[in-house]
Design a binder for this molecule. Structure first.
Ligand code: DX5
Ligand code: ZN
Length: 216
């Protein structure tokens, strides 16, 4: 089973973003995770297309772009052109999710759907066969450094079952409150990709933390 790690640059020092990207390049990280927030869907504003475009120029890992924005359809093309390898939209923001997923794939980008902590996994039953990845939020989106919501383990198990039946290639990613304890249990439950922000960037040796997370 795949065990991948995606450091979230939301917790990096933006004064030294280039150094953070070089650290990720040198590390065993599998993706670079970008948390795009619009201040409408979530109560915070982060960064957007110009930052991703510039990071793409020096990044040696695929860009995993998590859109916490309303009307994501309007921005699929610019994010694809900026260099996203994965585009994740929130289930809660898409009235026509099937169409949104097709638009992402038309750009040659891998398509992923994110569920907030309160959104049931069962709602993905009729779209799961179309997806490259599902992102489960294990905190309420908007901020790094929050406490992990324990109910997520159950959702990983439910999602794994749905994926095994319908689309075994689909990845399970989990985002929020990941550390060695929660990360180990998430991998055991069936998660494939751990997003980690503050745990990586607040650690003394981020590269080593990434390596350790992969070995959990
Ligand atoms: C939260 C973001 C996360 C965040 C995770 O809205 O989607 O990716 O950066 O941060 P930590 O790992 O600090 O919980
Ligand atoms: Zn995220």
């Amino acid at each position: 089973m795949k065990r991948l790690v995606a450091p979230s640059i939301l917790s990096a020092n933006f004064n030294r973003l280039g150094e953070a990207i070089q650290m990720i390049n040198q590390s065993e990280a599998d993706f670079i995770h970008f948390d795009v927030m619009d201040g409408v869907f979530v109560p915070n504003i982060s960064f957007g297309i110009p930052v991703i475009k510039d990071v793409k120029k020096i990044a040696e890992k695929p860009l995993d772009v998590h859109l916490m924005i309303v009307n994501p359809d309007k921005f699929i093309v610019p994010f694809a052109e900026a260099g996203a390898s994965f585009l994740t939209v929130h289930y809660e923001t898409c009235a026509h999710l099937h169409r949104t997923i097709q638009s992402i794939k038309e750009q040659g980008v891998k398509a992923s759907v994110c569920l907030n902590p309160h959104t049931p996994v069962a709602l993905l039953e009729d779209i799961i066969s179309e997806l490259d990845m599902v992102l489960l939020m294990s905190v309420n989106p908007g901020f790094g450094g929050q406490k992990f919501i324990e109910n997520t383990y159950k959702k990983v198990v439910q999602l794994k079952e749905l994926i095994e039946k319908n689309n075994p290639e689909c990845l399970i990613e989990v985002d929020g409150g990941v550390n060695y304890q929660t990360g180990k249990k998430l991998f055991e439950a069936g998660a494939n990709v751990l997003v980690a922000g503050s745990f990586v960037f607040a650690s003394e040796n981020p590269e080593e933390t990434i390596r350790n997370l992969k070995l959990l």
